[in-house]
Design a protein around this ligand. Structure first.
Ligand code: DCP
Length: 229
């Protein structure tokens, strides 16, 4: 009897030690918030949303709005702050065995900074400074990840959802911007053509309506939650 309970205790202890981190990635308005809300109802999961409210208000300033108004001038400002706030999320001690977080410091750099630079809207010196910061961070600070869930959408779907939600700062976003973000995501997570992919990728088609999306989350629940087993 005593050996059974020791084994049981060991198992529990191992179980407790096993933590897994999932990043939820996808284009602007791809439905990440809905997915996070769905999984936040599961016990033992901690959900961390993107710190967008901070990007819209840092000590009374709105770097997100400024960036959309004048990317060449304010891209570095926003992306420096995004890098800081995402890092803050990554190093937060885990409060549950499973963490699901919206985007990552990797997509901030590989998708959004890259897009600003590639489209000629970020000066070379700004890109160089951000890149050196990023390289230093990922070399010196542990950023755990076990699974990347990619909500794969068509740019057109995201564009329609973006128009519907009507976030003030985003009114200036054209379809071409969404298309560039889409292409960078596909090159990174699907074609493995651009940058290092730090964990296995689970691709979830995400053009569907809410009902079908919820059904899909349910179908993939085990795969997602067993990320590190
Ligand atoms: N953004 C940015 N640079 C980053 C990350 C995000 O410029 N490194 C911008 C894109 C959006 C805004 O921040 O205008 C918020 O990102 P999302 O639209 O992806 O966040 P949501 O919560 O709105 O996503 P979803 O609609 O998928 O729930």
């Amino acid at each position: 009897r005593s050996s059974t309970s020791v084994n049981h205790r060991k198992l529990v202890r191992n179980g407790e030690g096993k933590k897994s981190v999932i990043w939820l990635e996808g284009n602007i308005a791809s439905g990440k918030t809905t997915c996070l809300e769905y999984f936040s109802k599961t016990s033992d999961i901690e959900v961390l949303t993107e710190p967008v409210s901070k990007w819209r208000n840092v000590q009374g300033c709105n770097p997100l709005g400024l960036m959309y108004q004048d990317p060449s001038r304010w891209g570095l400002t926003l992306q420096t702050y995004v890098q800081l706030t995402m890092l803050d999320r990554h190093v937060l001690p885990m409060a549950s065995p499973i963490r699901m977080m919206e985007r990552s410091i990797y997509s901030a750099k590989y998708i959004f900074v890259e897009n600003l630079y590639k489209s000629g809207k970020m000066p070379e010196v700004d890109f160089a400074v951000l890149s050196e910061w990023f390289e230093w961070i990922v070399k010196n600070i542990a950023i755990p990840v076990d699974l990347i869930v990619y909500l794969q959408t068509s740019p057109q779907t995201c564009y329609e959802r973006l128009k519907q939600r009507c976030r003030e700062e985003e009114k200036v976003i054209p379809l071409e911007y969404i298309e560039s973000i889409h292409n960078l995501y596909e090159d990174w997570l699907i074609h493995h053509k651009s940058f290092e992919v730090p964990a296995p990728v689970l691709v979830m088609p995400a053009d569907h309506d809410l009902k079908k999306m919820l059904h899909q989350f349910e179908e993939n629940r085990e795969k997602i939650l067993m990320a590190n087993c």
